[in-house]
Design a protein around this ligand. Structure first.
Ligand SMILES: NC(=O)CC[C@H](N)C(=O)O
Length: 358
């Protein structure tokens, strides 16, 4: 049998069944999602993390490319109670180690008690516990990945929907899920997908109707270029953000962010809209949160479980952000109207903007 070890921060080593070989390390996190494993495994926000599925059976409806959010698997390794052969074959072909027959209740309890932690993975015929411990020793914390954007962003700008009639969206790609682009295209927008460190002059040249900061992995404080971009454009251009995007907008406007103990990852996170009093079910995948929105943003939505900010609006500026994933995929589609609100904001700006003097 193929040996499989997970070395947890603190030195405790778990043993499971090796399904896809390899060694890896990353921050150990869990998702409670009971569906959407293809979308989660291709979500760039999972870069440099090891993903534990708490739902016991993963892979029961196969693997289909049309459900992918990106062109590769992003978690460094995958842990589960039971993985089907379809998922194992896929992970194997991508070189991503996979382990099952783990007591994932124990793994999740460890993460809930100890917080998201570093881990080392070793799977293979000849691997030992020492190999997993060596991987653990090589593991950095998420905030130490100071240039993680380069691993998940486009290298060059890409335009989608150039002939569309809707607003021009400058989407700063910090690891954008494909569904965010699709949600904007579905609403007739032209989407300019831009590198995470795009220069302000290049955004200016596009004269976008909205600056949209995507989701993405890691510590928002490390995205200095995107933070500066928001500061440079917020007076003149509407701003939107999803997940990491909300955190970057808060950082840019005098707010603060903080690392959560074990984050929110799942497809049934309840969110309360403070104005309407309505609760919606949302998809989430984040380990950081806005701590203090600062003086320029107001909290419009909160997480029912722990009161963390889930939506922000600009007080003086046109800004809308969400901490959850309104594009769903996986998860409930209760919140797709976020994209209508963003594009309405962009259109209002486009029709009321005062032309610059020659
Ligand atoms: N999905 C995301 O955009 C994740 C945001 C950020 N990297 C976090 O973990 O909080």
């Amino acid at each position: 049998m193929t040996a499989a070890y997970v070395a947890l921060e603190g030195g405790h080593v778990l043993e499971g069944r090796g399904r896809a070989p390899g060694t890896a390390h990353g921050e150990l996190v869990f998702t409670t999602a009971y569906t959407g494993y293809e979308e989660s495994l291709t979500d760039p926000s999972y870069e440099e993390q090891v993903l534990t599925f708490s739902y016991p059976l993963i892979g029961n409806y196969g693997v289909r490319e049309e459900r992918f959010e990106d062109d590769r698997v992003h978690p460094r390794a995958v842990l589960a109670k039971e993985l089907t052969a379809d998922v194992v074959d896929w992970l194997d072909s991508e070189g991503v180690p996979a382990i099952d027959h783990l007591d994932t209740r124990e793994v999740v309890t460890d993460i809930r008690d100890g917080g998201a932690m570093k881990c080392g993975i070793a799977v293979g015929e000849d691997v030992t516990q020492e190999d997993a411990l060596d991987e653990l020793a090589a593991c950095k914390s998420m905030s130490e990945h100071t240039d993680i954007g380069t691993q998940v962003s486009v290298d060059e700008p890409i335009v989608h929907g150039a002939d569309n009639d809707g607003p021009d969206v400058a989407l700063v790609d910090c690891g954008a899920k494909g569904s965010i682009v699709d949600s904007l295209l579905d609403r007739d927008a032209t989407v300019h997908v831009l590198p995470y460190d795009v220069a302000a002059a290049d955004v200016d040249a596009l004269d976008p109707d909205v600056l949209f900061i995507s989701n993405g992995p890691g510590d928002p404080a490390n995205y200095e270029d995107a933070i500066s971009l928001v500061q440079a454009f917020v007076e003149e251009t509407p701003v939107a953000g999803i997940c990491l995007g909300q955190q970057i907008v808060a950082e840019a406007l005098g707010g603060t962010t903080t690392k959560m103990t074990f984050g929110h990852r799942g497809v049934n996170q309840p969110v309360l809209d403070l104005e309407s009093g309505q609760v919606v079910m949302t998809t989430q995948n984040h380990g950081y949160t806005v701590d203090d929105p600062g003086d320029h943003l107001e909290i419009t939505q909160v997480n029912v479980n722990d009161d963390t900010p889930e939506g922000l609006d600009g007080i003086q500026h046109d800004i809308i952000t969400r901490q959850y994933h309104p594009e769903a995929n996986p998860g409930p589609e209760d919140t797709l109207d976020f994209f209508d609100d963003v594009l309405a904001m962009a259109e209002t700006h486009a029709t009321t903007a005062v032309p610059a003097d020659d």
